[in-house]
Design a binder for this molecule. Structure first.
Ligand SMILES: [Zn+2]
Length: 88
């Protein structure tokens, strides 16, 4: 029986998934999905919409304009190491 491609992709483990996402940009996107599996939520007002990402990759809340980073409140916030260091 031919293997269903979509089902096969879903069965890949998260660590395997990260191996395919080796750049800073790709790590950032993976972390964003980790942090907000149900989508972005503002840590201050819990609004679920954000504006254009800033150059420093901050998410500006559309409601209260608080800017939060994908690593805010995590161990990653206190490091200057590239995100790829933590994932590999
Ligand atoms: Zn907000």
């Amino acid at each position: 029986m031919a293997q269903n491609k979509v089902q096969f992709q879903k069965s890949i483990s998260f660590s395997q998934f990260l191996k395919d996402y080796g750049t800073e940009e790709q790590c950032f996107n993976a972390l964003a999905e980790w942090r907000w599996p149900d989508g972005f939520h503002c840590p201050l007002c819990n609004h679920d919409k954000y504006g254009q990402l800033t150059i420093r990759k901050l998410y500006p809340c559309n409601a209260c304009h608080h800017q939060t980073s994908v690593t805010a409140g995590t161990i990653l916030q206190s490091t200057k190491l590239p995100l790829t260091f933590w994932i590999h």
